[in-house]
Design a protein around this ligand. Structure first.
Ligand SMILES: Cc1cc2nc3c(=O)[nH]c(=O)nc-3n(C[C@H](O)[C@H](O)[C@H](O)COP(=O)(O)OP(=O)(O)OC[C@H]3O[C@@H](n4cnc5c(N)ncnc54)[C@H](O)[C@@H]3O)c2cc1C
Length: 467
C-alpha cells in the first residue's frame, strides 16, 4: 500500500483540488496535512505583524472547515504548527510516505518553505492551481507576460480557455489510527490578540470552503447581485456592493475556476450582461498580477518595482503612523484605514485612495503601505497586494494615471458622507457639504470636546476647487 501526503497550503478546499485528485489516483492511502507555517507569523521588514489577528482567525476557521469536510469524506486532517519541513520530516518517521502532493507557490518566502521540504528527499508532485488560466494554457510563456494588462487580457480571452473544475472526491481512504492528528491553534497561540467583531463591518465573514460556496450562492443565485456588479462595485457600505470573494480566494477556500464556471452558469440560467462579464474581467486582473509576479520574481518587492523607477521616498514614522491609525484629519482616508484596522477589510475604492494618499501626497515608501496591508488584510494576497501597490505608486509599468484626488473621490463615492460617519462617529453632526473637509468650516472646533478630530496633516491647493 503506498501512502502520499497531500500538503494543503493555499488551496484549503476539497473542490477543484488537483493535488488531492492526483494523490488519490496514484496512492491507496493519503495523509491530508496542514502546517501553520512559522514564517507566516513573523514580522515584516518594517516591523509589522506578518499575519494580523483578523487573518489569523480566518485562517484558523478555514483549516477547521477543511478538517470537517475531510472527516465527512472518511479521512481527517493532520495539523501541525511551526516549521513545515521539520513537521513533515517528523511525520515521515511515523509513517512511510512515498510522495508529497501540493501546490507550487511563486513567491520568495513561500518558495523557501517548499525548498526546505524538497530537501527531505521525498519526491514532490506540484500542481498549479491559484489562477483562472493555467500557466500552461497562456498564449505566451509566462516570462513574456505583457507589461500592460489590456494586452494580457485580450491575449487570454482570445487564445486561452479556462479549464473545467475538478470534481470533489466522494470518499477518501481512512487515516491510519496511529497518526497524531494535532490540534487547531487559537489566535493567541500565535502571540496575537483575538479581535472582537465590529458590527459596522461590511461583511462578517467566516473562513472555510463551505462559507465561500455559500457566499457565491448568495451573491449569484439568491440575490442576483451579480447582475448589478459593474454599477455597484465602487461602493463602500454593506456586504453586497461587491462579491467579497477575495476573502476566500487568498487561501483557496474557493477556486477562481469555480467562480468562473458559476458565472457562466448564471449567464445561461439567469442573466448575461456587462456585470457578469466584469466579475471575470476582475479575476483576470488577479491572474495578471500573479503572472507578473511569476515573470518578475522578487522585483515586485523592490522599492523601484518592476519599472525600475527611482523616487525620493520618505520613511517618516510619524507621518506613516497618522495614516495607519486613521488620524490624518482627512475623513475619507481615516474612515477607510479605521475600517481596515477594525475589520481586516477595505473596499477597492478605499484601497486605491489610501494608497494614493500615502505615496503621492505623503511620498512615503510604498512598501511600508504594502506591508501594513499585508499585516492587516484578511484577503492579503502577495501578488494582488504588491502588484496593486506598485501600480498605485508609479513603479509598476502601468500607462494609466493612478493618482487619486481624495477630496474629489470622497465627494463622488460618498456624496452624503454616510460612509465616513460610520467609521468616524465624531463627525456625525457635520453636514454633508463639509464632512469631507471639516477644516473649511469648523476650524475653531478642532481639538475641542465638540470635535475630537485632528486638523488635516496636509492641505493641497488642488483640493480647494472641490470644497
Ligand atoms: C493598494 C491595493 C492593495 C490590494 N491588495 C489586495 C490583496 O492583498 N488581495 C486581494 O485579493 N486584492 C487586493 N486588492 C485588489 C482589490 O481591492 C480586492 O481584490 C477587492 O477589493 C476585493 O473585494 P471583492 O472580492 O469584493 O472584489 P470584487 O470587486 O467583487 O472582485 C472580484 C474579484 O476580482 C479580483 N480583483 C478585483 N479587483 C482586483 C484588483 N485590483 N487586483 C487584483 N484582483 C482584483 C479579486 O480576486 C476579487 O475577489 C488591492 C487593491 C489595491 C488598490
Amino acid at each position: 500500500m503506498s501512502t502520499a501526503i497531500v500538503w494543503f497550503r493555499k488551496e484549503l478546499r476539497i473542490h477543484d483540488n488537483e493535488a488531492l485528485v492526483k494523490a488519490l489516483e496514484q496512492h491507496e492511502l493519503i495523509i491530508p496535512f496542514y502546517c501553520f507555517e512559522e514564517m507566516e507569523f513573523g514580522s515584516t521588514k518594517f516591523g509589522f505583524e506578518k499575519t494580523g489577528a483578523h487573518r489569523a482567525q480566518f485562517l484558523i476557521e478555514s483549516v477547521q472547515n477543511l478538517k470537517e469536510n475531510l472527516k465527512n469524506l472518511g479521512s481527517d486532517l493532520v495539523i501541525r504548527k511551526g516549521n513545515t519541513a521539520e513537521q513533515i520530516a517528523r511525520l515521515t518517521t511515523e509513517v512511510e510516505v512515498s510522495k508529497i502532493y501540493t501546490f507550487k507557490d511563486i513567491h520568495e518566502e513561500e518558495i523557501a518553505v517548499q525548498d526546505k521540504v524538497e530537501q527531505l528527499d521525498i519526491p514532490i508532485d506540484y500542481s498549479f492551481g491559484s489562477t483562472l488560466y493555467h500557466v500552461k494554457d497562456l498564449p505566451h510563456p509566462f516570462e513574456d507576460t505583457p507589461q500592460v494588462f489590456t494586452q494580457f487580457r485580450k491575449g487570454v480571452e482570445k487564445k486561452s480557455s479556462v479549464r473545467a473544475v475538478l470534481q470533489r472526491p466522494e470518499k477518501l481512504p481512512a487515516l491510519e489510527s496511529a497518526i497524531d492528528l494535532g490540534t487547531i491553534p487559537r489566535v493567541e497561540d500565535f502571540g496575537l490578540t483575538a479581535q472582537p467583531i465590529d458590527k459596522r463591518a461590511a461583511i462578517v465573514a467566516k473562513g472555510g470552503e463551505d462559507e465561500a460556496l455559500k457566499r457565491l450562492q448568495h451573491y449569484f443565485f439568491e440575490t442576483e447581485e451579480l447582475s448589478y456588479y459593474k454599477q455597484k462595485r465602487n461602493g463602500l457600505i454593506g456586504a453586497d456592493y461587491s462579491s467579497k470573494l477575495s476573502l476566500w480566494l487568498w487561501n483557496g477556500c474557493i477556486s477562481p475556476r469555480q467562480i468562473y464556471w458559476e458565472v457562466k452558469r448564471y449567464e445561461k440560467e439567469v442573466k448575461s450582461n456587462q456585470s457578469t462579464y466584469w466579475l471575470i474581467f476582475e479575476l483576470i486582473w488577479r491572474d495578471y498580477f500573479k503572472f507578473i509576479s511569476l515573470k518578475h520574481g522578487n522585483k515586485i518587492f523592490f522599492q523601484k518595482g518592476i519599472k525600475n523607477q527611482d523616487y525620493n521616498w520618505s520613511t517618516d514614522r510619524n507621518l506613516f503612523n497618522q495614516w495607519a491609525e486613521g488620524r490624518t484629519g482627512i475623513p475619507f482616508v481615516d474612515a477607510n484605514m479605521r475600517e481596515l484596522n477594525k475589520t481586516g477589510f477595505m473596499s477597492n475604492r478605499g484601497r486605491q485612495n489610501v494608497a494614493s494618499f500615502l505615496t503621492n501626497e505623503l511620498e512615503i515608501d510604498w512598501r511600508m503601505g504594502a506591508e501594513y496591508f499585508e499585516s492587516k488584510l484578511i484577503d492579503y494576497d502577495v501578488a494582488s497586494n504588491y502588484g496593486n501597490w506598485m501600480y498605485n505608486s508609479g513603479v509598476g509599468n502601468d500607462p494609466r494615471d493612478r493618482y487619486f484626488n481624495v477630496i474629489l473621490q470622497a465627494k463622488r463615492y460618498d456624496e452624503k458622507g454616510k460612509y465616513v460617519k460610520i467609521w468616524l462617529p465624531e463627525l456625525k453632526e457635520l453636514d454633508s457639504g463639509v464632512v469631507h473637509h471639516p477644516w473649511t468650516k469648523q476650524e475653531d472646533l478642532f481639538g475641542t470636546p465638540e470635535l475630537d478630530y485632528p486638523a488635516p496633516m496636509v492641505e493641497l491647493s488642488y483640493w480647494k476647487k472641490h470644497y
